[in-house]
Design a protein around this ligand. Structure first.
Ligand code: ADP
Length: 378
């Protein structure tokens, strides 16, 4: 008999990897997605498509989600039946970037300075006040979608006239890092080491673990991530993304109440992957060892179709593995797969990251690596 049945709302790559990792424990996985060609549906024990989320919720022992923007009705039903993990608050807070920031502020966690604006004139005065800033659409936006970089209240023509909007001061960070942790129902917390992330135009390009930051910075980030997990009464894997300022301050940009792209390195670089730890935490098994085995990285494969030559060249680099998500359609910037990299030193990991980048992106690699921001002069 399988140990337990875990229902996953959302059928993307995060669900796919959760299933492949969680199967080792004998867990049975049910998946719901709107689209029948979603990656995780292909490897699920049972696939539920379209309106059939009720069946998934009622037939699973525990229900989780791999994406925040899943059916609110399915989340509510799982919550009412006492099956939802992480809890409803964690996902509801995350469905709006405004609610998320306000929650962080309420529980006393540091964020970039921000304003919530409800009209074009409020938007203009916020831009005037902040100078360089990032305007963000609060709902349904991810991977840098719905983000507008500006420094001039007269240059807002691209920003949709839809309110409310979140206006963030533009943070000239020295680094972006994230913390991935697992928390059990009894409140035990296991941290992975802080991870260094490189984003370009709002989307993750690569991550390296451990982050090359001073110990105090890592300690601060771990402490803040734990505080957030406690404030949410969180169970499962939680990811928190930070900006490290030039003065060594650590600000929370956002969090993800789920497994996270910046934790994919754990598939190769840690004793227990984030996916297995999420499954363990939400099914009440003991948390697994989060120790880093060797310096590790991932590189995202964005907007590229499967290519035999690319695969052969990547796989011939020592310490690399490809995870290919088999998405039905390639779209610009869409996450199609990623490459795991492991090496004996951070220096070697970095070299392999750039080799892999050049294989995937060719001449584009240089442009991507030049600046994290859409406008390099920002
Ligand atoms: P998403 O939810 O689309 O991932 P984020 O708010 O995490 O959006 O932003 C994605 C990336 O955009 C960040 O990792 C960072 O590189 C950049 N970014 C976002 N907000 C700011 C900011 N206030 N200052 C500087 N860069 C930012």
């Amino acid at each position: 008999m399988p140990s337990k049945t875990l229902g996953i709302l959302g059928g993307g790559q995060l669900g796919l990897m959760m299933i492949i990792e969680g199967r080792k424990l004998g867990v049975r996985f049910y998946v719901h997605d709107e689209h029948e060609d979603a990656p995780a549906l292909r490897v699920a024990d049972k696939a539920f498509v379209g309106d059939h989320w009720q069946e998934l919720v009622s037939s699973s022992d525990v229900v989780t989600f791999e994406f925040e923007h899943v059916s609110p009705k399915a989340l509510a039903m799982a919550h009412e039946l006492g099956k939802l993990r992480p809890n409803l608050t964690s996902v509801l807070v995350k469905q709006s970037k405004i609610r998320e920031r306000e929650f962080l502020r309420e529980v006393g966690l540091p964020t970039p300075r921000f304003a919530v604006v409800n009209s074009r004139s409020e938007l203009e005065s916020a831009v005037e006040r902040f100078g360089k800033c990032v305007v963000k659409v609060p709902y349904g936006a991810y991977d840098g979608k719905g983000q507008y970089y500006t420094g001039n209240p007269k240059e807002l023509s691209e920003v949709p006239n839809q309110y409310p909007l979140l206006v963030d001061e533009f943070v000239r960070f020295s680094k972006e890092i994230s913390v991935v942790l697992a928390r059990s129902a009894s409140g035990e917390v296991r941290f992975y080491p802080a991870i260094e992330n490189y984003n370009h135009e709002g989307i993750l390009i690569y991550s390296i673990a451990p982050a090359q930051v001073p110990d105090e910075v890592e300690t601060k980030a771990l402490r803040l991530a734990k505080q957030l997990a406690e404030a949410l009464n969180y169970v499962g894997v939680l990811a928190v993304e930070f900006f490290v300022t030039r003065g060594g301050d650590v600000l929370i940009n956002e969090f993800a109440p789920r497994v996270h792209n910046t934790g994919h390195w754990t598939l190769l670089g840690s004793i227990t992957s984030q996916f297995e730890n999420h499954v363990r935490a939400i099914l009440d098994y003991p948390l697994g060892d989060t120790e880093l085995l060797r310096p590790s990285a991932i590189v995202n494969i964005l907007g590229k179709p499967w290519n035999e030559d690319m695969a052969n060249r990547i796989l011939s680099i020592p310490g690399t593995k490809i995870w290919w998500y088999n998405k039905a359609e390639v779209r610009p910037r869409r996450k199609m797969g990623h490459v795991n990299i492991i090496a004996n030193s951070i220096g070697e990991v970095r070299r392999r990251v750039f080799d892999v980048m050049n294989i995937i992106y060719g001449e584009e690699a240089e442009k991507i690596l030049k600046s994290p921001w859409p406008k390099p002069d920002m």
